[in-house]
Design a binder for this molecule. Structure first.
Ligand SMILES: C[S@@+](CC[C@H](N)C(=O)[O-])C[C@H]1O[C@@H](n2cnc3c(N)ncnc32)[C@H](O)[C@@H]1O
Length: 308
């Protein structure tokens, strides 16, 4: 599947191996992009940069002991939601990536129709077909939109999501021997779990948790370096956006909402969350030992909570 030899694609304007750049600049662990099937359990149905599987145990260890509803307003692949699935009563999942939100909504409502279209994509899959599907920016049927998104997520270069200024997906095809395009078992399992979720296309500021609810914020990370792959839509998440997010987290805390947030371990982020009510822990996201980019086997992230 994903391996360093796929890199140096001129489409990205990079002068280094793509996986190397992803690790170095986004702190993203490419192993997080792979779906690991667990028999009988729904797992994230998209590969998503910034996925939280490598620090999932740290997240679980730092959950509040009790909470009401669960909110994940930067849901992406939803690694924590899927991990907690059986423990949650009601979940509110949202994101501003509209194709992603269509995929969640369609899996919740119409998984079999989706699987049928995915089977057709699988039959026809080759690089020419991929580029023909990629051009179809104006599909109107939501099931077709979701199927196109999932097909390309599983077959594009490293499961990356990038769009041009007009919001058109522009990632080149990847080189996989046997991409998991259909997810025959996982999609029905995700469908069951998503029955307890409300899925919304919206900015994170629109959520309305009440006292005792729990919100996990996993925003695009503050870049470790000026070159970054932390953009998931045509909008970037700037330092000003990080400040607004901190202020929003504070306002929720004042209402009695329990907040957890992850980000990169940069000076800017540590300064932003210095002092009460925030507790900041440094967590280590494991990386492949032979990672050429960093020469070390883990990357530091911060986990911030507003409770003890
Ligand atoms: C780091 S990823 C989340 C990864 C996710 N936790 C996982 O496990 O895959 C950040 C997500 O935030 C979304 N996003 C960016 N800006 C946003 C905003 N203003 N409001 C809501 N979602 C936003 C992106 O589309 C992306 O899916």
């Amino acid at each position: 599947m994903a391996n360093g030899k796929q890199g140096r694609d001129p489409a990205f304007g990079l002068d280094m191996d793509f996986n190397e750049a992803l690790e170095r600049f986004a702190g993203a662990d490419i192993r997080d992009l792979e779906e690991t099937p667990i028999e009988g359990t729904a797992t994230p149905f998209v590969k998503w940069a910034g996925g939280k599987r490598s620090i999932i145990n740290e997240l679980v260890d730092n959950l509040p002991s009790e909470f009401g509803d669960y909110y994940e307003p930067f849901v992406g692949g939803g690694a924590l939601f899927f991990h907690l699935q059986s423990q949650l009563k009601k979940a509110y999942l949202s994101d501003i990536n509209i194709d992603l939100i269509f995929a969640y909504a369609v899996i919740k409502k119409d998984p079999l129709a989706l699987i049928e279209i995915l089977r057709k994509h699988k039959e026809k899959h080759n690089p020419d077909y991929y580029y023909r599907v990629r051009k179809k920016h104006d599909l109107e049927d939501t099931i077709e939109v979701a199927a196109r998104f999932l097909y390309m997520n599983k077959t594009c270069f490293n499961g990356l999501y990038r769009v041009n200024k007009s919001g058109e997906f522009n990632v080149p095809v990847g080189k996989y021997k046997n991409p998991n395009i259909v997810q025959e078992k996982n999609i029905p399992l995700c469908n069951q779990v998503l029955q307890k979720a409300e899925i919304t296309y919206q900015k994170y500021t629109k959520i309305q948790p009440k006292s005792g609810d729990f919100v996990y914020f996993d925003p695009p990370y503050h870049p470790l370096n000026s070159t970054s792959f932390t953009s998931y839509t045509k909008f970037d998440f700037t330092e000003q956006n990080q400040i607004e997010l901190r202020d929003f987290a504070l306002s929720l805390h004042k209402k009695g909402v329990l907040v957890m947030l992850s980000n990169s371990n940069t000076e800017f982020i540590r300064d932003l969350y210095k002092g009460s009510p925030f507790s900041v822990r440094i967590v280590h996201a494991p990386r492949p030992v032979n990672c050429k980019a960093s020469g070390r086997n883990n990357v530091e992230e911060v986990l911030i909570t507003t409770y003890g």
